[in-house]
Design a protein around this ligand. Structure first.
Ligand code: RIB
Length: 340
């Protein structure tokens, strides 16, 4: 039976033999001494039957490059994560360390390739910012090798890791309180499908603000959408049918879509709707009216993550550290007092 398929992945080989992805990668990388001859034979048979060829990009980079680190992000198209990569580069390159970007972009098989790459030893440390991918990478690499890792943002996994995070609860409370202080109570909230742990803390912050202002959380005005401008446009189609007077977007990217959607409905910001975002990405400088948002300390996140990672690459036995960074509310022109 030739189960060959052009997209055969290391996961398929692992499932065929009934062992882990990590074990398959070690055997195929010539590091399978701890496995029986029978297991090695089965892996070689599976590789032949499934016509599996390891990711040549990964193979081509197998080696002992001592100055390369990996940064794993959910989606390079999201301006926040693009800025995170830049801040890591700005902190790492002067130290003679060269980050390599691994963007999951929603393709689960990419994670298999990334894990194979990391096991091959090309990267000497990892900065993880993607949710599901990071849990798999942490679980799998914890078995096979002690690659130093620093977790940040959407890789906020409960557990004992080196982490650089922002105070999401305070940040969520800050931006929601700004609207409540302006007299808004019917506030729509636009969230992505499925909240990562850090975004759950941010939503908890929104809810805390309502509680501190003795206003019921408008659960009927919580909308879920894609995590990009298209999600903002779609959410507006539903929001304009409600009595909302303000809108909280989970990030600036979604807020950009909200601007577009409200414009299509000939609605004014802030006269008809006050709108706030999160991140303070560079694009917010080109929105009219200028967007009220929360500024993430993106440069500091990169600096702290690289500093923590270099520390662990130097001394793997160093204690785990967890840093929580503060944020800033940037009040601009997209919000105004509710006129009764
Ligand atoms: O734009 C992406 C958003 O999700 C940011 O707020 C960042 O914190 C990530 O978690």
């Amino acid at each position: 039976m030739n189960g060959a398929s052009k997209s055969t992945t290391i996961r398929d080989v692992a499932q065929y033999v009934g062992i882990s992805v990590t074990a398959v990668s070690q055997i195929l990388n010539g590091k399978g001494d701890r496995f029986s001859d029978e297991t090695i034979r089965k892996v070689q048979e599976a590789q032949r039957v499934l016509n599996y060829h390891p990711n040549f990009y990964a193979r081509g980079l197998v080696g002992q490059r001592s100055n390369s680190i990996g940064i794993v992000i959910p989606n390079i198209m999201n301006p926040f994560f693009a800025s995170l990569v830049l801040s890591v580069e700005n902190a790492a390159i002067p130290k003679g360390i060269f980050p390599q970007v691994f963007s999951v972009n929603g393709f689960h098989e990419n994670i298999d390739y990334f894990i194979e790459q990391f096991i091959s030893g090309t990267q000497k440390g990892l900065i993880l910012a993607a949710p599901g991918a990071s849990q798999e990478i942490v679980d799998k690499l914890a078995i096979s090798n002690s690659l130093p890792m620093v977790l940040t943002d959407q890789a906020d996994l409960s557990g004992n890791y080196d982490m650089v995070l922002i105070d999401e609860l305070k940040a969520g409370e800050l931006i929601a309180s700004h609207l409540l202080d302006l007299g808004h109570t019917r506030i729509a909230i636009v969230l992505p499908f499925g909240l990562t742990l850090n975004l759950k803390h941010r939503f908890d912050g929104y809810k805390l603000a309502f509680k501190l202002h003795h206003v019921a959380v408008p659960l009927d005005l919580v909308f879920q959408s894609n995590f990009d401008p298209s999600g903002g446009v779609d959410a507006v189609e539903r929001i304009v049918e409600t009595d909302a007077t303000a809108i909280i977007a989970i990030n600036d990217d979604v807020a950009i879509g909200i601007y577009r959607g409200l414009s299509a409905h000939h609605k004014s910001i802030p006269d008809d709707y006050s709108v706030v975002g999160f991140d303070n990405i560079n694009l917010t400088n080109y929105l009219t009216p200028r967007l009220t948002t929360v500024e993430q300390p993106i440069d500091k996140i990169g600096e702290q993550a690289v500093q923590m990672l270099v520390g662990k690459m130097t001394d793997p036995t160093a204690e785990h550290q967890s840093v929580i960074l503060d944020v800033k509310l940037k009040i601009r022109d997209s919000t105004k007092k509710l006129e009764m």
